[in-house]
Design a protein. Structure first.
Length: 234
C-alpha cells in the first residue's frame, strides 16, 4: 500500500488492541496468507492472462462507481458524484460492461469513495485500529462503514442483494485481484521492514486520514489505490 505523499504520522495511532492485533497479524502473515491466500492469488495470476485480469479489474471497479456516486453526494461533493456517474455510463456501454476503461482513457479518472470516508467527512472519529485476518487493516469507523457500504451497495440492491451468487463472485474477484496486485509490495514489507505490523498500520492510517481530508476539501484528491475497505492490504 502506498503512503500518501505529504502525510506524516505525527501522533501515536489509536491502537489499544495492539497485542490482539499483532497476534492476528502474525497469524495472517505466518499461516493464512502463505498457506491459503498467497497460493490462491499466485495461482490466479498463473492461469489468468494479464489482459484478462485487467479487464476483470476494470469491470469490478466499474460496478463500484454507483456506490462512489452515492457516497460523494452524502459527502456534499456533487462534482465527484457526476464524474462517477459519467464513468459508469460510459464504461458500461462503450466500455463493454466495464471491461475497458474508456472514460479513464478519455481523461475522466476514478475517484473512489466509501462510507467510512463519508462518516469521517462529517466528523466521526476513526476509533481504534483493528487488524482482521484476510481482511487486513481497518478502524472501528471504517470497518463499520465497510459493512454498511457492502449491504447498501446500489448494484447489489438492484441485482438481488448481497447474498446472490453475482454479489459474492464479484466480491471474491475483487478481493483476489486486489491481493494479487499487492503481492510484490506485501512480500517486500514482510521481508524488508523491521516492524511489518507498524508499517502496514502507518500506511493504512495515513492514507485513510488523507482520504477523509480530501472529502472535507482540506487536501488534493488521492490517486486511486484501489483499496476497498474489506479487501485492504493484509
Amino acid at each position: 500500500m502506498a503512503i500518501a505523499a505529504g502525510y506524516e504520522e505525527v501522533r501515536a495511532p489509536s491502537d489499544p488492541l495492539a497485542p490482539v492485533n499483532r497476534l492476528l497479524f502474525g497469524l495472517n502473515a505466518k499461516v493464512l496468507d502463505p498457506f491459503i491466500v498467497r497460493p490462491l492469488v499466485r495461482g490466479y495470476r498463473a492461469v489468468t492472462p494479464a489482459v484478462v485480469r485487467k479487464g476483470l479489474r476494470n469491470a469490478v471497479g466499474n460496478l463500484r462507481e454507483p456506490a462512489t456516486a452515492a457516497n460523494a453526494l452524502l459527502q456534499a461533493r456533487p462534482s465527484v458524484a457526476a464524474k462517477a456517474t459519467g464513468r459508469f455510463l460510459i464504461n458500461s456501454t462503450v466500455g463493454a460492461a466495464g471491461l475497458f476503461d474508456v472514460a479513464g482513457n478519455g481523461g475522466i479518472s476514478r475517484e473512489p469513495t466509501d462510507f467510512g470516508q463519508t462518516l469521517g467527512r462529517w466528523g466521526v472519529g476513526e476509533g481504534p485500529y483493528l487488524y482482521l485476518p484476510v481482511v487486513g487493516p481497518t478502524t472501528l469507523r471504517d470497518g463499520l462503514g465497510s459493512l454498511v457500504g457492502y449491504a447498501a451497495d446500489p448494484v447489489s440492491q438492484v441485482t438481488g442483494g448481497v447474498d446472490t451468487d453475482f454479489a459474492q463472485v464479484r466480491a471474491i474477484v475483487r478481493g483476489v485481484d486486489a491481493r494479487s496486485e499487492a503481492d510484490s509490495l506485501l512480500t517486500s514489507v514482510m521481508s524488508d521492514s523491521t516492524d511489518p505490523y507498524a508499517t502496514v498500520r502507518g500506511a493504512y492510517l495515513q492514507n485513510r486520514a488523507a482520504a477523509v481530508a480530501a472529502a472535507r476539501g482540506e487536501a488534493e484528491n488521492l490517486p486511486d489505490f484501489d483499496e476497498p475497505p474489506l479487501e485492504e492490504m493484509n
